[in-house]
Design a protein around this ligand. Sequence first.
Ligand code: ACO
Length: 372
Amino acid sequence: MAAPIYSPGLEGVIAGETAISTVEGGLVYRGYSIEDLAEHATFEEVAHLLLHGELPSERELAAFRGRLNESADTPQALVELLAKIPAGVPMMDVMRTAASALAHWDPDAADNSHAANLRKSEHLLAQLPIVMAARYRLAHGKRPVAYDSKLSLAGNILWMLFEKAPSARLAKAMDVSLILYAEHEFNASTFAARVVCSTLSDVHSSITAAIGALKGPLHGGANEAVMGVLMEVGTAQKAEAWIRNALSQKRRIMGFGHRVYKTGDPRAAYLRTLCRELAAETGHEDMEAMADTIETIVQSEKGLPPNLDWPSARLYYYMGLEVDLYTPLFVLSRVVGWSAHVIEQLDNNRLIRPRARYTGPAPRKWLHIKNR
Ligand code: ACO
């Protein structure tokens, strides 16, 4: 057996095989570049591609949408539970609870067959937006709004939050952001999901763990933290002084850097244009100018390009969404990637159980408690 490899944070380690996506030469979902998908596909088509392996035909897409519509329901008991969660609990924590709770009403919860795992994944894809919107509205003293089967998933997210049909531009911006967030190889949350199901646990447990992993500010939580940065800076005029001071204090600037993309995150590059267009349309040019200044200086001083969370936070802000929803929106999209990985792992499972390098004390003699 070869000598074990040690790489802190598993950096650079190939920890498994996947046919779902690659970050080699840009981000590619099952052979299709994210640029092509964001330009031409809908989120539903991308979800079908990731879960079922191929882009759908018209008939397959209609059937897929039909299944999502059938699953787009939340048990009344869960809505009551959502209403009882204390006010002020972050939406990410509510999403984690909901992903776990939804298992109790899923007849397939304990069935780990390929077909059942696909069904459960589709249920979660349809149910999680309903849960998020219901909790949001209950927390604002409003009644939940029912899912509209005539709208897309992206359109439904906005409809169920605001009870207002979204403009085509807003629905498209949401759709593109869902496409870009949907899948990203062996990132921390996906790996967490794979570790959980590799013990022959189930889809809901894996997704619950993944949501817990996504929440951290070094991962998905960064899109909310980015907004904290932009709010702290305040105006474009203050941006240069703010960022130079932050860098001199060795602050970690949220939305910059990436474990894998060292020369640029293709998703951030793609979203930039859409972000600018929406800023112009909603009168947020000053925030774009602020972001540009910060981006230029972080790049020239630290050589760090922005990651997807940098433009995403602004995109959501221009869409009028509360910051507490940003990472949960990431969940509504990435649930597709997580599910695809859980299915792939369970179809060809090997328990994920690495080793650790021991750094504790050398062997010691037992001491009776009276002699310690
Ligand atoms: N701001 C300032 N400095 C940074 C940043 C940053 N955002 N990111 C990395 N660095 C610096 C580190 O301080 C370190 O500098 P040093 O060598 O002088 O000590 C060097 O770059 C390497 O940093 P590491 O943390 O070792 O790089 P790693 O590959 O582990 O980090 C990570 C990747 C965690 C994403 C990091 O860049 C980061 O913390 N970014 C901010 C959080 C963020 O935006 N996360 C979103 C990730 S993408 C996503 O989830 C969609």
